[in-house]
Design a protein. Structure first.
Lengths: 467, 467, 467, 467
């Protein structure tokens, strides 16, 4: 099956060109100048021709931070791999990397197999896994080596959540050393959980139970501290490090300072930290629970710092930390006790669009949009070559993007399995017209035309972003 | 005339792909996967087939800082546009941007026309011009607007050389404001010439006349100061700024600090600041004169900072500041008085190779090599689309680069018109096999096969690197 | 004549002690514990006994930055040495250091003699002189050496006011080198006058003539730039430097950064930069002219930085830059053209009180009050031993200070020769009850009881604050 | 009993004056100018006259960090309160603050009483206690309040030594909050013990057992990290913090950065970090054990940073961390396993002299010597008024110091109970001639003439150094 996309503007991290794209089966095989004689030949042999006039032709988005079906606080994230990857596709994302979880006391293998089983045959788009390491010990350290060889090349650790996912500094250091040897990459949830837990206990003891206290008990100073610490531990270990869901100016300052010395410190932020503020959590009644995630949404003054970091590459990646819970029945578990509100927001569907809005607003450039949403995520996590660009030999994960369309975000119209949207009623500019996963059209003019199980597991290379 | 390059690895700022490149006349028209059925068709219609097995296929280098035939200190830079652009081509550079000079008291137009006349019909590769503004006044400010419209979109000013090119801070500020309105970009020679001149007078009065005093009278503190000042003036004017030939850790720190706040401060460095040190100037006898340029070569501790800056994009561009003088008869003008040594080094020929050596040494990545030597220079100075990449529609400025070849740098073998090399006897890895300028082969296996006058003048767009 | 001050709390930069003070003639001769048997002996031999119950006994304030009778913009500062030193005394200041001015083209000596003549026989309190160097050349540099030997050990240069006091960087550098040899201290007015002049011309050309444009044409960025530059020039020259009337957060940051590396960079601020904002200049009508000084009053966000700098000793001195002009007839010269408004504010009278208010407000400590207002000024400018403390052998320049008294600042009640107050109607806490200059009571319970000509010229030592 | 000290130069943190000092019993009652008629009266009534010609008369030193008799690693610090305070006196120190230790599982009270008992009746000079808090829990937090009221106003916590003294960040935070309420001051041992323990285990596993591995397993990065973290926790808690024995440039940078924002972050360093380097630990054989302390001695490049910090007050205090162990029988416990070497150096005797050497070398000023060694220690830990200065009403803790005497440091001649000196054979300038504790001569011309038990327990005020 041969497809030709004509009349579009191909946008990659490096180039903006008027070019036709020739796809053979699952793979991009050529890009050609529309003005050349090539088009005719291509059209003559094409099974399908897509006219992308007035559209961008972009690599499918890569969301490297999702939590489908994650068990959390006595419930599960409300999107399954099926519903979640479908929603992702609607929004122009064609790859996710989800987190397999090692439960304390069990092997990494056991956790990984569990997640393999959950995703297998369910996904609309391709997917890979990071591994959450709950226990750092001789056994799991050895398993990390094996996993790297199997394509699980990144490992998440937590400085938050004592008693659950929390690792001590010594454990983190050992894990960093291990990746220094096996080429894996440590991803860090950087909040000082030990102090946060004290603040939470104190707030509850004072009767401060409303959702807004979620934010007030996780001050940005404590994210800045933990980020700095994580980077220093990586420096001591002589390894790169990747900070997940960075939200605070202080944390960005720590990353920036390290990078200014040439240290391989990387960080991602999320659309919610670019657009939403702590005012969400302070909404009347229990409404604020809809905006509870960790790190929490920050006061408005933090937001311009995040955009700055994206512009000058002190933030390299935008992911979603998609971890949706319905307000009814799920977020409500925390009524009367904010610490029981499941942490997480729905987001996988709108990352590409919210970032395109940043282009429209002049906050980032057009190519930078693709770089932070597709190219660098691919390189950071060992998918480049196949994913993150449109070039001969790359997977035909392609989005036909209408940069002038306007859409209104709403729980009524979104496809994520949550009963609310953090952006309810927001009107933004830009929308995916058509989404292709390895040459197969998945979304066509707003309709899902893909298939459960089309998405394949991605065995990843080591980080391709060093040097 | 149709050319196909097969079996090579196409390296651009964003991608490293195995792809065939189809060229029609002066233009790249398509990239295709070798594995696809495309190759056969292409080969059948090709006038010429180039086998790039084991080679990189890269966009031709862009050297945005050259001074062919520049009058300086009573002599002229020893490379003409003919010899200089030929040497550039040998080294894989297919575009230069040279500096037209306004002599104090005359119009910009007059200076520009003089330089147009010098280059016209002489060049082996394409060329553009920046304009050196010697006088900032109502007349020249108005001329700047016209020049921007004519494709001269960048203007160099000097904080050094009082009485010659020096502008006061107030004049610099007015020029910055003017570019804020007309979209031009100010390029700054950032050394505090007012203080340097005092140090020079004092050194000579003490009888310190040897070449090494050139370096000692231009300490890095004074480059750091001027760089900081230039950036603050740009901040006050609300415009971007581009620092030329940055050489000092203090200056890089000023750029880094500004970028950390999101300011559009840019800087280039040169191969001599990445590889050579002030020890050159201290060579016995008058030998040190061979290493006299401004800013001067710095003590060794500055060099790792330059590589760091390149890695994390606090330095965006590497150019050469090619301004060659022969030792005999030219550098010798400064015997007995270092201040009379013509300032400048030969360099246009070896920039691509010396940077590739940085790739070999693990100091920068492969794609980053192309980014700093071709892609960003093109974007920074309004040539992107045509220059700086290999994509459908781009000019076929292409280098077939052998990454494993070894060569020894020497005045005996180089093609620049100077009787010495700063790198005499250095062995490095990597070499251009074939160089193509707009589809025409200029260098073929070490032989010049181009033509005087093939190189065309490039009318440039405004800076494409903002956002 | 012997005086004993009993029952007070002696506050110096280092100590807060309950002690009696014994004064013999002009000099403090002993401090004794009230509880000891000493008091009786002292009282029995005393000509005068002062009961300081509930009062602080503090060293007289030292204001190192005043401009009595300064010719500026076609008029003269409205306080003479007689009226100005009297006003100073009322406010608890017992020493001023004023600025003798070298007019361009004349010798330092000529300027100094002019100022000697103006002050001789006029002053209520002791006084010294700094020298403003208008021309830096071989002659004036040699004169600087002589002046240092005569007790004029500090020299002010200007980065502002091109064509008037402005020195080029090269000239500044030479002056710094000269003080490096003769032990003098360069004081710098750090604003980029070259750029400011452009902004002023542009503002006037746009018809922006109101007082507020004085502030808008002297943005804080340009003070930050000049401060950074001055410090770098001092670094290159290897000498200390002292920044006068620092007003901007950016400028403080430059001083702080230098001090963090151990460089001897010093700075003073003034009460107006601790309390007043740019809103003053924006008052309706021409009222804003009352608040015109240079550097200009800054937006409110700068103020906490100034207090911070005082707390952690990145600012070492508070002086007034007292340079008063009446609104009627003087400030009014600038109606219709803000650039013609004489620059300067009245302030010499209320520095001690406004700083004491800072103590009351918890912004600085009690001893720090004395340190920044008396002890460090004395040391910085070579008066320590005699001035700035209360210790055996020191001059009996003593203030009996009531820390609980309340006063309202107003032109109706102040003693400076201006028809307005920048603090009109402000109520503050603290007031000098009695002021003594070399053992002689000058102010007694709000009445001036001193004598014109009592104040003597102070031949100063070199800076005593290094190390 | 009345004493008069004549002809000396009284040096305090603020003043250097020629003054006679009159002492009545235990207390300074007056300072008088030698030139006044006072001296005669004083001499006539004096029981003892001390001629301090050519000598400094300085407040006795205050060493706020000693560990007499501390149990550590199965042995005890070799100086008892008797021998240690005697040695202190010899060196011009008249007050120590030692650390009472709470053993995990017991009350603070129990630990404190144990230390009270050890010191009672033993000391040659006055002494106070800080409290080491081993367990942070509801009980100990409540006890902290009581202790503050009893004059134990400072509490030491550890980020090092997991399983022994280590507190988690949450516990540290609670302790900080508690002092925020009760006015106590938290003192922090800031090294990341969790990581250090891993490095130690790994080094031993590799057979790296020599003393030098003590230093290599405690890299400065980990002190920098912990210092930064401690400061951030204090910021989050809104309290001041005091870092003990700061040794690393990175740690100083963290303190400096905090102070540059106005945060009340304080730090002490020790003479060993000003003079000794990691080369000590690398001495052949087991000799290196003599130099094992924590934090470890650092590479030479750290030392100038420490002196810089002292100069610009980013380091406020110099203490000794005196914790002596004999080489024979004690340090030897670590043969074959560096981790078993008791941590600590002898030092209480030579702090004043080693700092005076810094004055001689031009690294700090004369008054600054007294400030960092006596005045600020007194203020920081609530002893000011009585201790740290020479003023009417202060304790007559006075040293007659000969600034020109030369002495050679050696275990043969020192009075600390250790069989080696870290400064063996060093010749330095300056020595205490006579030392007085509350009016009683303790050291007279090198001879101990004091009495066991003369030293009294000091009930301390809260920190007097804030504002």
């Amino acid at each position: 099956m041969t497809t030709v996309i004509i009349n579009g503007t191909v946008v990659t991290a490096a180039d903006v060109v008027e070019a036709d794209v020739l796809i053979d089966g699952e793979t991009v095989v050529a890009l050609g100048s529309p003005a050349s004689g090539m088009r005719e030949t291509w059209l003559s042999g094409a099974d399908r021709v897509i006219d992308a006039s007035g559209r961008y032709v972009i690599p499918g988005g890569i969301d490297v931070h999702t939590h489908m079906e994650l068990p959390f606080g006595g419930t599960n994230a409300s999107d399954t791999f099926e519903t979640g990857t479908r929603a992702a596709a609607w929004g122009g994302t064609t790859t996710i990397i989800d987190f397999a979880v090692q439960t304390k006391g069990q092997t990494l293998r056991h956790g990984l197999d569990t997640w393999f089983a959950r995703a297998e045959g369910e996904c609309a788009i391709d997917y890979g896994f990071h591994m959450i390491v709950g226990d750092v010990n001789d056994g799991t350290l050895k398993e990390m080596d094996q996993l790297v060889d199997e394509g699980i090349t990144s490992f998440k650790l937590f400085m938050a959540y004592p008693g659950v996912f929390y690792s001590t500094d010594g454990e983190i250091f050992r894990a960093l050393q291990q990746t220094g040897n096996n080429g894996g990459l440590v991803m860090m949830h950087a909040e000082n959980g030990s102090v946060i837990d004290q603040l939470v206990v104190q707030a509850l003891a004072r009767g401060n139970t409303d959702p807004k206290y979620h934010g007030l008990t996780r001050p940005s100073t404590l994210e800045g501290e933990a980020t700095h610490r994580a980077i220093q531990l990586a420096k001591a270990a002589g390894t790169p490090i990747y900070i997940v869901h960075l939200s605070a100016a202080e944390a960005l300052a720590a990353v920036t300072a390290a990078r200014d010395t040439g240290q391989n410190a990387f960080a991602e932020t999320c659309p919610q930290y670019l657009y939403l503020t702590d005012e969400g959590m302070a909404r009347p009644g229990f409404e604020g629970a809809k905006f509870v995630c960790s790190p929490p949404l920050r006061p408005e003054e933090h937001l311009p710092h995040m955009w700055r970091g994206l512009r000058t590459n002190d933030l390299q990646v935008v992911a979603t930390d998609h971890c949706p819970f319905c307000f009814k029945g799920q977020k409500e578990l925390g009524q009367g006790d904010f610490s029981k509100i499941p942490n997480g927001l729905p987001g996988v569907e709108h990352r590409m669009d919210l970032l395109h809005q940043g282009v429209v607003d002049g906050k980032i450039g057009l190519r930078r949009w693709i770089e932070i949403a597709a190219a660098t995520p691919a390189r950071m996590f060992g998918l480049y070559g196949k994913k993150g660009t449109i070039a001969p030999g790359s997977d035909a994960d392609i989005v036909i993007y209408d940069p002038t369309a306007r859409q209104t975000l709403s729980a009524d119209t979104h496809h994520m399995n949550t009963d609310y949207s953090c952006y309810e009623g927001w009107e933004i500019q830009g929308r995916s017209d058509m989404v292709m996963s390895r040459g197969r059209v998945v979304i066509d003019d707003g309709a899902y035309v893909g298939a459960k199980g089309h998405g394949s597991y991605l065995r990843r290379e080591r980080c391709q972003y060093l040097l």
